[in-house]
Every structure is written in structure tokens, then in C-alpha cells.
Ligand binder design. Structure first.
Ligand SMILES: [Fe+2]
Length: 477
């Protein structure tokens, strides 16, 4: 997410050839990315904002730009509500574990975000809907003040869900007024250019923040319902997720069914780079830099339920040899023997999911990509197969050669700042940087991710024990 002028002027030299191996055909890809300008680091260092390159919009198109953004804003806010269309009033309130936030909290918090970071500072004569909401719906922004403990979000029976829907309407209407102000500003010049750039940046962050919470809303309510012994069948309109097709076919090969793609050793560029000034990205993706990787082979496919079941049936959860020490403690302490939402009955495996015809519990689809595993389980499975998880760099380098978008893919990379990472000033500087400790990077996106939300450089992150996101496994050898 950045206003940066990310004109890296790169030239990608990619040569693709194939070779024969004695046992089976191998695909060898030589990918050499050459930076024409050695001033990359200096260029990216100037990119100190989080939001994407909205500054570059020509002034005469500014009305159209804001009209389009307003329309996108309305669609995004509406999509959040559509995710709740099949929920019952009681579903909106509970918080069965600390990681899960109640649905109504998501609805309010995303609204609070727009109110706090846009309307309060920039809309003239704006009156906050309810002063106390700052305490109730601030998530983690120390700059903004004290807040309800995360673990207590499910104790808030008031405000009611209905009142939160009113809050959303109030803020949406105020934002419509604000968009009108921004369009008028083109003629009246109410905001100076620096202020307007900051407003644009915050609008983009607000939209992407709402999209992130759409996914959290889905995963959180799945945890609520998937742990209910009634396993209610619920419709969740998330079919609009994006599949990122492989962009590059490996040429001149006879066997296109080869499961692993070989990437040659070399120096590669990592980090968000685009000549599209309007493309959005987060601060944790910026800072293009070069890294060296050894040759590796990455699977074209995600691990399936059928493959993971082999691990279970081979006693994978009972064999310490596959597990990291922390992972072994984790599975034993929690008596785990399968991924989250898997249930065994009469020697058959069942799985809880949305959009089922009758009961939310269905027979396990063996061909579906595995979902809802922790990093510990992903790592143990890779050991079982005598392989490993990719690093986040390997994933990014290879992503154009495989399809992705169904599962967030665990990597073996710690969530660290890229070289030249800079926190934004003020409260929004708390968005990503302060979480760069004790977490692992996940790449890709999932069936629960809002459409077109992710990209090849997107860095998601979770602690190693988390299983309630749509997480899966891709192997490297
Ligand atoms: Fe948030």
C-alpha cells in the first residue's frame, strides 16, 4: 500500500529450457532477473507510505477517480454485510477463543477504522456516532488510546447488532459526503496536495483493511459454527475468490504433468514492484531487494486431503520424529490427531464447511486441497515426505509457474522486515511492523480471501500454532 513511484524499470530475462533425467523428465527453468537501475534501494527508501501509488492520478481525472473509489467503497462495505446474510442473531456475539472476534465486532471495528482515520480528522463538522465506541472497537492502536481486552470482545452484548448496523449506515452516509467533498476539492482546493495524498492513502488502507476483516469474519464464524455439535449448514457467499492462474507455461516440454518445477540458483528480486501507480500494496511488501537462492524444486500442486490422510494413517501424529519440539508439545497437549474441522466416525472422516446442502458436516473430499493445519503440522508433513516447506522468497520467485489462491501457504520464513522497511508515522505505523516477531509468513490467498485482495508479493503472517485460517501446504524438494 504505497504512493510510491515504484518505477523500477526492470527487465526480466527469462530463458526456459528442459533437460532429461534418467528416472523422469525434469523441468528446468532459468530465471534471471536483471535490474537495470542499481538505484533500487535509494528509490524504495523514498517510499515511506503504506498505501499504494494513488498520488500519480492525473488531476483532470480526479473526479472519476473518486467516483470509482466511492463505488468500490460501497461494494466492499456491502460485501461485508452479504457475508452475514445467513447468520442468526446469536451467531453475531460469541467469542469461543481469543483469536476469534465476534461477527458484530468485525462489523463495528471496520466502521470505526473509517471513522477514526478519515472522518474525524478530515470531514468538516463530523460528529462521532458514539464516543465510547473508540474504546470498544479500537483493536490494537496504542496511539489511539485504551480499548477493551481482546479476550473480552465476546462479552459485549451491547451495543446490539442492530445498533452496529445503524453505526455502519451513519458512517457510510458520512463517507458519501466526504467523497463529495473530495470531488469538489478539485475545484475549491480545500485540502493541500500533501493532505489529499494522505487521505487517498487512508482510503485505500481502509478498503483493504475491510477486505482483510471480511476474511477474518468468515474464518471466525466458521470456528463458531464448526465447533457447534449441531454443525449448522450455513450459506457463505465466498465463491468470488480469485484464482491466480500460472502466468508462464514452461515451454518445450513433453510431459506437462510433471509435478515439480525446478528453479535454478541465482540472484532474484523480491518485493512489490509494479509500474501501475494505482496498484495497492502494504508497507511490509515494499523495499525491493535482491537475494540469492540455491536451486530448488517446488510442487505445482497443494497437498490434498488424500495425501495428508496417508500421514495420519501412517501414525504421523504419534511419531515424534516428524515434529519440531514445539510442535510435538502442541499436538500432545491438545491431543490432536487431524486438521481442524476433521471428525472421525465409524472409520470415516467428515469435515465441517459452509455451503453444504443439509448438514454442515460432510464426508471428507479426498481430492480437495488440505485446509486448516498449523505450521507445526505442515512442517511435520513435509518431514514425513522427506521434503520441506518453501521459503517465502522461493514461493515468490516461483509463483508465476503454478496456480494459487485456494489456501494460504505456510512458508519456512520468519516474518521479518525487508531491508529498508520503514514504519509509517502515526497510528497507521502500527498496522504491520509491530507484529514482526515470532510469526511465520504465509503466501498466496484463500477461498475466504476477498476477490483481488492478494498478489504475488503479499505477506500474510500467523503464529505457528494457528489452524483456524484457510491454511495449506505446498512442498519443496
Ligand atoms: Fe483491524
Amino acid at each position: 500500500m504505497n504512493c510510491c513511484l515504484n518505477l523500477l524499470d526492470l527487465e526480466n530475462n527469462k530463458n526456459i529450457i528442459t533437460t532429461q533425467n534418467k528416472t523422469h523428465q525434469k523441468i528446468v527453468i532459468f530465471q534471471r532477473i536483471k535490474a537495470k537501475k542499481l538505484s533500487i534501494m535509494q528509490t524504495t527508501k523514498q517510499n515511506s507510505t503504506i498505501a499504494s501509488a494513488v498520488v500519480g492520478v492525473p488531476t483532470n481525472d480526479i473526479s472519476t477517480f473518486y467516483k470509482n473509489l466511492h463505488s468500490k467503497f460501497n461494494q466492499t462495505r456491502q460485501r461485508t454485510l452479504s457475508l452475514c446474510q445467513d447468520l442468526q442473531p446469536e451467531d453475531f456475539v460469541v467469542q469461543p477463543m481469543a483469536d476469534v472476534s465476534p461477527t458484530k465486532w468485525h462489523l463495528a471495528h471496520t466502521t470505526w477504522f473509517f471513522e477514526t482515520f478519515l472522518l474525524v480528522p478530515y470531514l468538516k463538522n463530523y460528529k462521532v456516532f458514539q464516543e465510547e465506541y473508540n474504546y470498544l472497537f479500537n483493536s490494537y492502536y496504542e496511539t489511539v488510546g485504551k480499548r477493551v481486552l481482546r479476550t473480552d470482545r465476546g462479552n459485549l452484548t451491547r451495543p446490539t447488532t442492530e445498533e452496529i448496523y445503524e453505526y455502519r449506515k451513519y458512517v457510510d452516509n458520512s463517507l458519501s459526503l466526504f467523497f463529495e467533498e473530495l470531488i469538489k476539492n478539485n475545484e475549491k482546493n480545500n485540502f493541500d496536495s500533501e493532505t489529499e495524498a494522505e487521505i487517498k492513502k487512508r482510503l485505500f488502507i481502509g478498503l483493504n483493511h475491510e477486505e482483510q476483516h471480511q476474511e477474518l469474519l468468515v474464518t471466525d464464524i466458521k470456528y463458531v459454527l464448526g465447533n457447534n455439535p449441531l454443525f449448522p449448514a450455513v450459506k457463505m457467499p465466498i465463491e468470488d475468490f480469485t484464482i491466480f492462474k500460472s502466468k508462464k507455461e514452461v515451454e518445450n516440454i513433453e510431459d506437462k504433468k510433471e509435478d515439480f518445477i525446478k528453479i535454478k540458483e541465482g540472484i532474484y528480486q523480491i518485493g512489490f514492484q509494479s509500474e501501475d501507480k494505482e496498484e495497492f500494496y502494504f508497507d511490509n511488501e515494499k523495499g525491493v531487494h535482491r537475494i540469492f537462492v540455491e536451486e530448488f524444486e517446488i510442487s505445482k500442486n497443494l497437498v490434498t486431503n488424500r495425501e495428508y490422510l496417508e500421514f495420519i494413517e501412517a501414525g504421523g501424529y504419534q511419531n515424534f520424529n516428524f515434529w519440531l519440539a514445539e510442535g510435538w508439545d502442541f499436538v500432545n497437549k491438545n491431543k490432536l490427531k487431524a486438521p481442524l474441522y476433521w471428525f472421525e466416525a465409524n472409520e470415516n472422516w467428515f469435515y465441517y464447511d459452509f455451503n453444504q446442502k443439509e448438514n454442515g458436516l460432510q464426508k471428507l473430499d479426498l481430492d480437495a486441497p488440505l485446509c486448516h493445519v498449523s505450521f507445526y503440522e505442515a512442517e511435520a508433513y513435509s518431514q514425513f515426505r522427506n521434503m520441506r516447506l518453501p521459503t517465502e522468497h522461493e514461493w515468490e520467485i516461483a509463483n508465476e509457474f503454478f496456480e494459487w489462491g485456494k489456501r494460504w501457504e505456510w512458508t519456512r520464513s520468519a516474518y521479518q522486515p525487508y531491508p529498508n522497511f520503514e514504519k509509517d508515522e502515526g497510528a497507521l505505523g502500527e498496522y504491520n511492523g509491530k507484529f514482526m516477531i515470532n510469526q511465520l509468513v504465509l503466501r498466496g490467498s484463500s477461498e475466504a480471501t476477498a476477490p483481488n485482495h492478494s498478489r504475488y508479493s503479499y505477506r500474510n503472517f500467523f503464529h505457528a500454532d494457528k489452524r483456524w485460517q484457510y491454511t495449506g501446504i505446498r512442498l519443496v524438494k
